[in-house]
Design a protein around this ligand. Structure first.
Ligand code: SAM
Ligand code: SF4
Length: 337
């Protein structure tokens, strides 16, 4: 489909995909060092002056909202290490077009912040916990913070409006096989939907190989052979996860399989990095700089035009299934997962 990016109240790409969802990265820094994401020593962080201020985040989200974005997921890096996150949430909540605000966090700092975040207008939360075993959790994240992450998760249960609370678990072959059933059991025992995620080649150390991927199908079989699963309808066609309920009615698990079952055809996501670069795909090797024109005083319509032009250039898909495929762009923690 060819268009000029203008459909009433929507930002549309060259393939007719309407973009409703924004991943807003509020920092590239983190208090963990997950092996599939960051090296032990951390990364060269984005200089503080380059990180968007709250005013700048709010202005860009308002422009994106005017162009048709209705959902904002706050991410990073670890978003809870940004000072004053609840105030930013409250300001995003005041943007009338934004219907849902969610947060992806490692949960370590969540127990102390969740009440303020919910009071500010947070609607949903995903907490990343890859293992319920303290030693394996420490081996994956290089920090001994499992208990704090689980406390953060439990603190979310105080807020009925956050349900279903989601748990993100990245699966790594040779590491996660012992974690899959305990995590699935968590979904049976607690009000959590556990989402198993295939590991993607977005790690800063560039140590990903296809052999590391424990596929969505393998994960489904591992769980289904212990507790039979039945497919459910997706929340919406653009949702990246497939949804499965336990046949005995005890809960739900999901599988996000970007490597083996790409969902690019229905993608409705945009990403804004902490330093104000708009990205139309996790794997795009180009970005659109919104921070420079923003700081130079560009009016809203010029920034909106830059957004629409970028979206029109969005690729059909990530092309990972091509054996010649490589990715030379920024790692996940600098983009906003
Ligand atoms: N620090 C927060 C957290 O871990 O939830 C938010 C940012 S993190 C980049 C967002 C999500 O991306 C997490 O669920 C994390 O496990 C996942 N992630 C990070 N690196 C990944 C990779 N190489 N492949 C797949 N998922 C990854
Ligand atoms: Fe930090 Fe999240 Fe990356 Fe882990 S996945 S190092 S918690 S940004």
């Amino acid at each position: 489909m060819s268009n000029n990016g203008i459909v009433a109240g929507a930002v549309v790409d060259g393939y007719g995909r309407i973009h409703r969802a924004l991943r807003l990265s509020v920092t590239d820094r983190c208090n963990l060092r997950c092996r599939y994401c960051m090296p032990a020593e951390g990364l060269g962080w984005i200089p503080g002056d380059d990180v968007l201020s709250d005013d700048e985040c709010v202005r860009l989200v308002a422009i994106l909202a005017r162009a048709g974005v209705t959902e904002v997921r706050i991410t990073g890096g670890e978003p809870l290490i940004r000072p004053g996150l609840a105030e930013l949430v409250a300001r995003l909540r005041a943007i009338i077009e934004i219907g849902e605000i969610s947060l992806t966090t490692n949960g370590v700092l969540l127990a102390d912040q969740i009440d303020d975040l919910v009071a500010a207008g947070l609607d949903r939360v995903n907490v990343s916990v890859d293992s319920l075993d303290p030693e394996r959790y420490a081996a994956i994240t290089r920090r001994r913070d499992l208990e704090r992450a689980l406390d953060g998760l439990a603190a979310c249960e105080r807020h009925a409006q956050l349900r279903p609370i989601k748990v993100n678990a990245v699966a790594l072959r040779g590491v996660s096989e012992h974690d899959v059933l305990p995590l699935a059991e968590l979904a049976r025992q607690r009000p959590y939907v556990v989402r198993f995620i295939e590991v993607m080649p977005l790690d800063a150390p560039r140590s990903w190989t296809p052999e590391l991927v424990l596929s969505g199908e393998e994960l489904r079989e591992m769980i289904g052979s212990r507790w039979p699963l039945e497919p459910m309808r997706r929340e919406r066609p653009s949702a990246p996860a497939t949804h499965w309920r336990f046949a005995d009615g005890a809960g739900e698990v999901q599988f996000v399989a970007p490597v083996t079952e790409p969902f690019c055809a229905a993608c409705d996501r945009l990403r804004l990095t902490a330093d104000g670069q708009l990205r139309t795909c996790l794997f795009a090797e180009w970005e659109t700089d919104l921070r420079t024109p923003l700081r130079a005083g560009a009016p809203d319509d010029v920034l909106e035009r830059a957004v629409r032009d970028a979206v029109l250039r969005k690729e059909a898909g990530h092309g990972m299934s091509d054996p010649a495929w490589t990715y030379r762009g920024r790692p996940m923690s600098m983009i906003g997962g």
